[in-house]
Design a protein around this ligand. Structure first.
Ligand code: FAD
Length: 413
């Protein structure tokens, strides 16, 4: 019996399956995932899980029994290798053919590989899956035993979280970032500098504007260090590569769906085929001005999952809420709301300077006179409030945003 087939059993796939059920869909739902595990949370992989602070059970997003109770047929260890849109089938790795009446692509993304000599040497690892995290954790343990340093390539969220975790474990850590500042695409310069100071204050050796020329290997063939463009060598027992991801849109491309650095979807997660929707990291959303937006976050996967389910049920549920994201490094929780690209000015609320340990503040991003985003550090109340302001399209002035004596909530009434 045909029903809805979901490719990818991660955040977006699970959310779509559950939203189909809660939306009243009574047909068969088959949730296919190529990993060995049932659905799990990725964010802790670089944080509490890698630090050894939580058990495997706490990674579980939905236990298989819970999905079974909702008559969601979860199949793990199953790879979809093709889509036949004319016959309305998906083709599995073992050649099995599975018919669909509706298809959801929730295939996630893959870390970009280091295209350098030695880039595939043992000990050069990227982080996406639970198995990746275990491999990095094992290598961290052997670096502790052998007193070898860790090098992180890429000063983005995943790289910086791994750096913080490795420092917590007492390892020597170097972070190499090609750009002149950390998290340059998302943070205001003042906050990039603050994060650089935070990592340095925790003993990370931070090299900005660093160009890696090659990976050096030892007698055992495994990584021994990194050669930089200036000829210097940074020793390493483990290299973690965090240089971004690419959307898993290969299946969609092969099936002739419109793709452009991701499966192109509208605000309701429809693709160019009316029977196929897509959600999560694998998508590129077409905005009203024609540009494409790629978001890689739990919230995006969750909201797009709900929109994708609604679209298959014949309803319009555009994902229009303010985007948000978080990152944990040391004892600092960064919470970001809105999209900051195009910001031309900033206002800071709270204690940013001085004692790093005491930092509790928010950086508000303005474009002209309009608030477009805000990044809060250990300031959850500010974060929740700014989401409300952005959802409501209400903007404080820069002076109001930066004045702790001004009650921003008063703008909402
Ligand atoms: P995924 O969760 O990647 O799920 C896709 C699944 O589809 C994968 O299991 C994949 O193996 C499977 N798949 C792919 N192709 C096929 C196929 N052909 N057949 C069968 N299965 C297939 N986000 C935040 O908001 N906050 C954070 O703090 C944060 N921290 C993160 C830390 C780490 C280490 C990582 C890796 C990510 C983090 N993220 C964070 C990002 C967030 O986890 C992702 O945006 C989210 O998981 C995307 O969900 P998804 O369902 O689109 O993709």
């Amino acid at each position: 019996v045909a029903g809805i087939v979901i490719v990818g059993a991660g955040q977006a796939g699970v959310m779509t399956a559950e939203a189909l059920r809660s939306g009243g869909f009574e047909g068969a739902i088959t949730l296919l995932g190529d990993e060995a595990y049932g659905p799990y949370h990725r964010p802790p992989l670089s944080k509490a899980w890698m630090a050894g602070e939580i058990e495997a059970a706490q990674l579980v997003m939905r236990a298989p029994e819970m999905l079974a109770r909702k008559h969601i047929d979860l199949r793990t260890g199953v790879t979809v290798k093709g889509i036949d849109r004319d016959a309305k089938n998906v083709i599995l790795g073992d050649g099995t053919i599975l018919p669909y009446t509706g298809l959801v692509l929730a295939t996630g993304s893959t870390p970009r590989a280091l295209t350098l000599p030695g880039g595939d040497a043992p000990g050069v690892l990227a982080l996406r899956t639970r198995d990746d995290a275990s491999a990095i954790a094992d290598r961290l343990s052997s670096c502790i035993e052998q007193q070898r340093p860790v090098v992180v390539i890429g000063g983005g969220f995943i790289g910086l979280e791994v750096a913080a975790t490795a420092r917590k474990k007492g390892l020597a850590v170097t972070v190499l970032e090609a750009a002149p500042r950390l998290l340059g695409r998302v943070l205001a310069p003042v906050l990039s500098d603050w994060y650089a100071g935070l990592h340095r204050s925790h003993g990370v050796q931070l090299m900005l504007g660093a160009q890696v020329a090659a990976i050096e290997t030892g007698a055992d063939g495994a990584v021994s260090g990194l050669k930089l463009a200036d000829g210097s060598v940074v020793p390493a027992g483990l290299v973690v590569v965090g240089i971004g991801v690419s959307a898993n849109d290969q299946l969609a491309q092969a099936a002739g769906l419109e793709c452009d650095r991701g499966i192109v979807v509208d605000a309701c997660c429809r693709t160019s085929d009316p029977l196929i929707v897509a959600a999560g990291d694998c998508t590129a959303r077409r905005l009203p001005d024609g540009s494409l937006l790629r978001l890689e976050s739990v919230q995006n996967a969750t909201e797009q999952g709900k929109s994708a389910a609604a679209a298959l049920l014949g309803q319009d549920r555009p994902f229009t809420a303010t985007p948000w994201f978080w990152s944990d490094q040391y004892d600092k929780k960064l919470q970001m709301a809105g999209l900051s690209m195009g910001a031309d000015d900033w206002a800071i609320r709270g204690k940013m300077n001085g004692d790093m340990a005491a930092g509790t503040f928010t950086v508000y991003h303005f474009k002209g006179n309009q608030l477009i985003a805000a990044d809060s550090v250990n300031a959850s109340k500010d974060h929740l409030l700014v989401r409300k302001l952005l959802d409501a399209g209400v903007s404080p002035t820069r002076e109001q945003a930066g004045d702790v004596g001004f009650d921003l909530a008063s703008l909402l009434v």
